[in-house]
Design a protein around this ligand. Structure first.
Ligand SMILES: NC(=O)NC(NC(N)=O)C(=O)[O-]
Ligand SMILES: [Zn+2]
Ligand SMILES: [Zn+2]
Length: 453
């Protein structure tokens, strides 16, 4: 009898304190043995020689919009999950919008879950939405198995997913606290962003910089402060998504000190791109909240280095090319959302590890361990440890590549990073013991349909 299905030999395991040379034995989708500095004893059906590779706990992307069912022409579970696997991500949390129907009741949940079980090449969880119409349906969403709830404090850009007014937030947060779940929030002020945008549009000021000015940092800060008050009042756990500035992070750090149960996420694009890049690249780099200055980028890195940023999520939110272009230079009209599912770790390694001395431990924490802990998946996920799911990314740190459109598995080969050089390449992605990605290719899996893209 073979002891293992798979043994990974000679790799450098990225542990929580330090990296160590170790070997990993996998059976039935789980890590059942790890040795330090000595070869694993026993045989396996398959072996991987990971000499020269760093073994990360499989990354968890807490924030993707795969838009299926309903807007599969924008992305899709198959294409989206392939792109994640290529980037070392083994589990994602899909947002309750822009799929149609949105995931705001058990029916919407079931429709999406059926598709994801058939098509996803990685593991996944689904967010439920909190909208003004469904406060009484949050419990059925919990029973369906949502990882948590997501609300917008300003319009989402999607007609079927309304943003939460203050009354909805307070009632919804009371209910979510009662259910013991967590609320993820897109925090921008509706009043500030709508009035500022209306002013710009009236004056015909429609450039990238005008768009950025219509969504200032203070509008995020105002929304976060208000939300934190509701969190304090209701006891609801909250997670602020896509913070664009260290000033937002500071508010959360202060709230943590006061005992509020809050965490914060930022995205690779806020750590690597500026509003000037948006002016240069056009709608491909449009997002909400918008890109900021290079000083803000550096301040966010500091916050990450200080351990003040809990989670990095991609906020992959693509749209068809027509919606990501602008013939007349009107940046207000283009779709807001950056395609980043495949490149998160690449950005963190090149811009963080190589350029700013951010340790691999910090990167693994923000991209795997912390999300697993925050959303109740640890230690099943988020750790290279005996008993954990065999979700792993094998990275060649020194190897560099220049990103080409051809490398992207997205439905639409869009990325603000095409032409950028990255040091650090994901070679192999393993999900629950199965090799799903190896050296540029997705490997066929028994449980996923091979559907043409
Ligand atoms: N409807 C969306 O997908 N919106 C997303 N768009 C961005 N971030 O520009 C988001 O997460 O807010
Ligand atoms: Zn958002
Ligand atoms: Zn989003």
């Amino acid at each position: 009898m073979l002891l293992y299905d798979l043994i990974i030999r000679n790799g450098m395991v990225v542990g929580p304190e330090a990296s160590f040379t170790g070997e990993i034995g996998i059976k039935n989708g789980k890590i059942i043995k790890i040795t330090r500095d000595i070869p694993i004893e026993g045989k396996a059906k398959e072996e991987i020689d990971a000499i020269g590779l760093h073994i990360f706990p499989g990354l968890i992307d807490t924030h993707v919009h795969f838009n299926e069912p309903g807007r599969t022409d924008w992305e899709g579970i198959l294409t989206g999950s392939k792109s994640l696997a290529a980037g070392g991500v083994t589990t994602y949390f899909d947002m309750p919008l822009n799929s149609n129907p949105p995931t705001i009741d058990a029916y919407g949940f079931r429709l999406k879950q059926e598709q994801a079980i058939k098509k996803s090449v990685t593991d996944f969880r689904l967010w439920g939405g909190l909208v003004p119409e469904n406060v009484q349906l949050l419990e059925e969403l919990i029973q369906s198995g949502v990882i948590g709830f997501k609300a917008f404090m300003s319009p989402s850009g999607i007609d079927e997913f309304h943003h939460s007014d203050d009354a909805t937030l307070m009632a919804g947060m009371g209910e979510i606290a009662r259910l013991g779940s967590i609320l993820a929030v897109h925090a921008e002020s509706t009043v500030m962003t709508e009035l500022l945008a209306a002013g710009k549009i009236k004056e015909g000021k429609l450039s990238a910089l005008d768009y950025c000015e219509s969504r200032p940092i203070i509008s995020e800060m105002e929304a976060v402060r208000r939300l934190l008050s509701y969190a304090e009042l209701t006891g609801c756990k909250v997670h602020i998504v896509h913070a664009s500035s260290s000033k937002v992070v500071e508010l959360i750090t202060e709230a943590k000190k006061k005992g509020i149960d809050v965490t914060v996420e930022t995205c690779p694009h806020y750590l690597s791109l500026t509003s000037d890049d948006f002016s240069r690249l056009g709608p491909i780099a449009k997002c909400a909240p918008p890109l900021r200055s290079s000083e803000e980028v550096e301040a966010l890195w500091k916050a990450l280095a200080n351990g003040e940023i809990d989670v990095i999520g991609s906020d992959h939110s693509p749209a068809p090319p027509e919606m990501k272009s602008s013939k007349d230079g009107n940046m207000f009209a283009a779709w807001g959302g950056i395609s980043g599912a495949q490149t998160s770790l690449s950005v963190l390694l090149e811009e963080g590890y190589w350029k700013r001395n951010i340790s691999l431990q910090k990167i693994a924490a923000a991209m795997s361990t912390n999300p697993a802990k925050r959303f109740g998946l640890y230690p099943q996920k988020g750790a290279v440890a005996e008993g954990s799911d065999a979700d792993l990314a094998l990275i060649s740190l020194n190897e560099s590549f220049t990103l080409k459109a051809d490398d992207l598995f997205y439905r639409h080969a869009h990325s603000p990073y095409i032409g950028k050089m990255f040091r650090g390449k994901n070679r192999i992605t393993i999900v629950k013991g199965s090799i799903v990605y190896r050296n540029g290719e997705i490997l066929p899996q028994e449980n996923t349909e091979t559907i043409p893209q």
